[in-house]
Design a protein around this ligand. Structure first.
Ligand code: NAD
Length: 259
């Protein structure tokens, strides 16, 4: 039998971009690990449906807006009375050379992938610290460590996220709050499926060739990751056992940076 006391002892996680790809896999894994999970995503019918099906609390928000970041934290702490885990995962890609890169798109990407993780941690900080085992997981990218052409905003935001992670780690340490960054190479998600199709068109080659010759060219293991692979690492980082891991930049990069 489950008592009210047991329910309120369950840790609570907020996963941004939690209705698709890597975010959804992390949200499902944390739910299966026994946490109560809120997913934040753009307020769309399909996102609500995914959250409902998975028994997540849905928080509709646009992370390019500061007020939405504040309202999202208030919604989760209002519903659950606590917040122990923040997973900054939402993101998107735009590919253009710097000379053609739309300024508004640059602003939006920096806001969603760097400013929002700062704002959410700022607004959630007191709750994460009160947890005693608070966890911030920043889903960065292998592109937080290396660059590729035509991805200036993405790469700048992800490199910046590593700096934010390390600062969160130092400031959270006394409260038992850890902050770590996960840096995957290419993962088979809707974001990457769209990129494969775009690149196949632009380069005039098959989608299979985009995967092998473009995306996996720098990798030692020639296979795309699956979202559950990232979720398994997040699960460990969030667990109480990982109390001593903080400020870490965790590569899951198919050997990309081993050279
Ligand atoms: N797929 C990869 O190969 C890969 C590799 C390394 C890192 N990443 C990172 O992982 C994260 C998730 O990527 P994914 O591949 O699962 O992508 P995805 O497109 O499947 O999911 C991204 C989610 O973020 C949400 N989102 C985008 N803009 C938002 C906004 N303004 N407000 C609220 N939500 C917003 C989207 O609605 C979507 O649900 C991203 O930060 C991405 O940079 C992905």
């Amino acid at each position: 039998m489950t008592t009210d006391r047991q329910i309120s002892d369950q840790r609570v996680a907020l996963v941004t971009g939690g209705t698709s790809g890597i975010g959804l896999a992390i949200a499902q894994r944390l739910r299966d690990d026994g946490l109560r999970v809120a997913v934040l995503d753009l307020d769309r019918e399909e996102a609500r449906a995914v959250a409902n099906d998975a028994a997540f609390l849905f928080v509709g928000a646009d992370l390019s807006r500061r007020a939405d970041c504040r309202a999202a934290v208030d919604a989760v702490t209002g519903a659950f009375g606590r917040l122990d885990v923040l997973v900054n995962n939402a993101g998107f890609q735009h590919i253009d050379p710097i000379v053609d890169f739309p300024e508004d798109t640059w602003d939006a990407m920096l806001h969603v992938m760097l400013t929002a993780p700062f704002l959410l941690s700022k607004y959630a900080w007191a709750h994460l610290a009160a947890s005693g085992q608070g966890r911030i997981v920043n889903v960065a990218s292998i592109h937080a460590q290396v660059a590729s052409p035509f991805k200036s905003a993405y790469i700048s935001a992800k490199h910046g996220l590593i700096g934010l992670t390390r600062t969160q780690a130092l400031e959270g340490a006394d409260a038992g709050l850890t902050a770590n960054a996960i840096c995957p190479a290419y993962v088979r998600t809707p974001l990457v499926t769209r990129q494969i199709a775009d690149q196949a068109r632009t380069r005039g080659i098959s989608e299979a060739d985009v995967e092998q010759q473009v995306m996996l060219e720098p990798a030692a293991i020639k296979r795309l990751l699956d979202p559950v692979d990232v979720a398994a690492l997040a699960s460990y980082v969030v667990s109480p056992a990982a109390w001593g891991m903080t400020g870490a930049v965790l590569d899951l990069d198919l050997g990309w940076t081993a050279r």
